[in-house]
Design a protein around this ligand. Structure first.
Ligand code: PMP
Length: 326
């Protein structure tokens, strides 16, 4: 018999799938690392189990403990699955701009969810950074995960996602393009790929309202770059320790409208029912057209599944209200 001993053993080894229609004007092959095949439907399962495993080893997480994290949903799902298998409790803190589906989903796997306002400074006591930290301090036998600064996040991608992409492309990958939030994905995959071949270019996809692109280009943390935006999962108003700017060749910014429109287009034109950051990522690839030539092999990573966005990017009334479609 061939079976996984528990759901966590099914994490990773996701397929690499060619994009056919949306990229027809590009000279190169574009392949997507299709992370929704993970059991929690996102790439974040990989780093969630790694962060828990490392915290168990050094005693930060003890038997029967409570896992506390600020999460836009996907990390929470990965942590919740692992918590069920391993016997922990979870409290998640989310910003109120996240879709209702994401909140319901985390409750469905037994987590307690605390919702905080989006439009406040990170230092504000009501912000989701501050609330998660405070809950971590106040809750007995708890562990505050802190995916932004937790090195196990990058490590998961260095040890699994990066090697998978290298092997699946037979070492022919020339460019890696990916949305950046905590930075774990780009930094772990990017570091691994550059160690195999330093000529591979690593591109981050950023949003308008986020600090990454300007910081990468100028070294200046410019508060004028920070304002509320709609795109979910990528962009930040802080510099997480997991973003290794030294391995990133450049950032491209995608508008909220384009990210939403391309999320719909991936579903309708490729049969790829994916989350909002996948729309941003594929639009990012198209924006980088001038960097690609005939023999290039571009890999774009798609983080999460479309089911989490049915009330937003896949709802035409919402799309019209936002002015994204006629
Ligand atoms: N897309 C989605 C949907 C996400 O949840 C995240 C994680 N915040 C990202 C992209 C960015 O990935 P990372 O945190 O590894 O930079």
């Amino acid at each position: 018999m061939e079976y996984a001993k528990n759901i966590l053993e099914t994490i990773g080894n996701t397929p690499l799938v060619k994009i056919n229609t949306l990229t027809k004007d590009l000279p190169c092959l574009v392949l997507s690392k299709y992370e929704t095949f993970n059991p929690g439907n996102s790439v974040k399962d990989r780093m969630a189990v790694q962060m828990i495993a490392d915290a168990e080893v050094d005693g930060r997480l003890k038997p029967g403990g409570t896992i506390i994290e600020g999460t836009s949903g996907n990390t929470g799902m990965g942590l919740a699955l692992a918590a069920i298998v391993k016997g922990y409790k979870c409290i998640f803190v989310m910003a109120d701009k996240q879709s209702k589906e994401k909140v319901d989903m985390l409750k469905a796997v037994g987590a307690e969810v605390v919702v905080c306002p989006t439009a406040v400074d990170p230092d504000d006591p009501r912000s989701y950074y501050s609330v998660s930290k405070r809950l971590g301090e106040e809750t007995p036998n708890s562990w505050y995960v802190n995916q932004y600064d937790n090195p196990s996040n990058t490590k998961a991608h260095y040890e699994s996602t990066g090697p998978e992409i290298w092997k699946q492309t037979d070492g022919k990958i020339t460019h890696f393009v990916v949305g950046v939030g905590t930075g774990g994905t780009i930094s772990g995959v990017g570091k691994y790929l550059k160690e195999q071949n330093p000529n591979i270019k690593i591109w981050g996809v950023d949003t308008y309202g986020s600090v990454f692109k300007k910081y990468h280009e100028t070294g200046v943390f410019d508060e004028n770059e920070i304002y509320p935006y709609v795109t979910e999962g990528i962009g930040e108003d802080i510099l997480p320790k997991n973003v290794d700017f030294s391995i990133i060749d450049g950032f491209t910014k995608v508008t909220d409208k384009d990210a939403a429109v391309y999320t719909q287009r991936l579903a309708k034109e490729e049969g790829m029912f994916l989350g909002n950051s996948a729309g941003a990522a594929i639009k990012g690839v198209l924006q980088l057209k001038e960097h690609f030539t005939k023999d290039d092999v571009v890999v774009v990573l798609f983080h999460d599944h479309g089911s989490r966005y049915v009330g937003k990017m896949f709802n035409d009334d919402w799309m019209r209200e936002m002015g994204y479609i006629e």
